[in-house]
Unconditional design. Structure first.
Length: 422
């Protein structure tokens, strides 16, 4: 089965579409097993980040369509509605895409480092779910090594630019000095941790961590010298928030219109800067219409990102050759696997012929037939059996003018020149 990926990202769809098909990390294992059971689909890895949802697998033509149908069906989306937003890659193109993603070359923020950890998590989840086979396991491990080398040699990650960092930069553009501001971080995942560290680096003194799990909130707060609060106390935290950055795994908004209206009344209309870097969104989009509130989604961050890209664009160009080299390395391995499988089938079939004809020859010898006659018949029959199917396929190729097959066959079966061997 060919290597195949199907996905949706910030390149092909706005956040309103992406959040409809986002797969929660807690569902990776179940979804991977579900996808593996689809006809024509083998080996599955699900990748989900703020900006993309992708499925990597081995798939037949039928399996590809089953994947597309599955994405529509499980998300209650009418058939075909996502077609203009979904991208598909096969074989070498799928390999190149994954290596570019892992290297940060396909990210909203060029060179973003968080994606590599997310890919490793996806690989681990698939391993635990039992949906990871020999090909995808090798592909992802090859990709991890390739991404590390590309980042090191190209310098694409030398300048700190990430979605989390961009959110902090945007806050500074709006407020200037952040030292006197109070920041509320909702969630405790990797993106929130990064935001917290960047904020500390920019002199934030008043930092609140609000999370559903008290233990995780307290752990992160202890690291950053912040105050920990549970999500049920969000209403208490909001009025204190000059800046709020939210990134949870909630399927529904955790910050609603009424919550912000109440917070603004208590703040006496002092402005609030809200950044929603979650997919699906954590903050009700209707909040953007309220006066004195500045709401930015992950897509809005692109404007700030563009200002930080000049130094990384040159590094990205330098990385192209390394990407191609890494793709070639994996495709050589994959071709070797396919050749090994083909050779194995040829050997198995040949041994079946060998066993069958040997048994038949022994019976003839026991019956008293001439050994030379029996051996001659055996050799001729074995040759005919081995060459029957290749001969048939070559005749079909000639009729269909499939010159690539004919060329390959000529190269495979051409007798070697003894002079060239010396």
């Amino acid at each position: 089965m060919p290597l195949f990926t199907i996905g949706i990202s910030h390149h092909t769809a706005p956040i309103e579409i992406r959040e409809k098909v986002a797969i929660a990390r807690s569902e990776y294992s179940d979804r991977a097993r579900e996808l593996s059971s689809l006809p024509g689909v083998e080996e599955v890895v699900i990748v989900g980040t703020c900006n993309r949802t992708e499925i990597y697998c081995l798939s037949t033509v039928v399996g590809k369509q089953n994947l597309v149908d599955w994405v529509h069906r499980v998300n209650n989306i009418p058939p075909g509605e996502l077609d203009e937003h979904l991208y598909q890659h096969e074989g070498e193109d799928a390999t190149r895409h994954l290596i570019r993603v892992a290297s940060g070359l396909d990210s909203l923020v060029l060179g973003e480092t968080q994606i590599l950890g997310q890919l490793k998590d996806a690989w681990q989840q698939s391993h635990e779910a039992g949906s990871l086979g020999k090909v995808l396991d090798r592909l992802f491990q090859h990709t991890f090594n390739a991404a590390k080398n590309i980042r090191t040699h190209s310098g694409i990650s030398d300048h700190t630019v990430s979605v989390a960092y961009t959110a902090v930069v945007l806050a500074r553009q709006i407020f200037g000095d952040l030292g006197s501001k109070t920041v509320v971080l909702v969630g405790a995942g990797e993106m929130i941790q990064l935001c917290g560290r960047y904020l500390r680096d920019h002199g934030i003194a008043n930092l609140l961590i609000v999370n559903r799990s008290r233990e995780k909130a307290e752990e992160l707060a202890a690291e950053m010298g912040a105050t920990a609060m549970t999500l049920d106390r969000l209403g208490e935290a909001l009025p204190r928030a000059d800046i709020l950055i939210s990134s949870t795994a909630s399927p529904e908004p955790v910050i609603r219109l009424a919550d912000i209206k109440a917070a603004l009344r208590e703040r006496r209309r002092r402005p609030m800067f809200l950044v929603d870097i979650a997919v699906p969104r954590d903050i009700d989009p209707a909040i953007s219409k309220i006066k004195d509130v500045y709401l930015y989604t992950i897509d809005d961050l692109q404007q700030v990102v563009d200002e930080n890209m000049e130094q990384r664009n040159a590094a990205a160009l330098a990385a192209v050759d390394e990407v191609d080299e890494s793709v070639d390395g994996f495709m050589r391995w994959l071709s070797g696997i396919r050749v090994s499988r083909t050779l194995k089938k040829i050997r198995e079939q040949s041994h079946e012929y060998e066993d069958e004809l040997t048994e038949r020859a022994l019976r003839k010898l026991e019956a008293g037939q001439s050994p030379s006659e029996v051996l001659g018949q055996m050799a001729k029959t074995l040759t005919n059996k081995i060459l029957h199917l290749p001969s048939k396929r070559l005749r079909e190729a000639a009729e269909n003018q499939d010159y690539e097959v004919l060329k390959a066959a000529d190269r495979i079966f051409r007798k070697e020149d003894p002079d060239q061997e010396q």
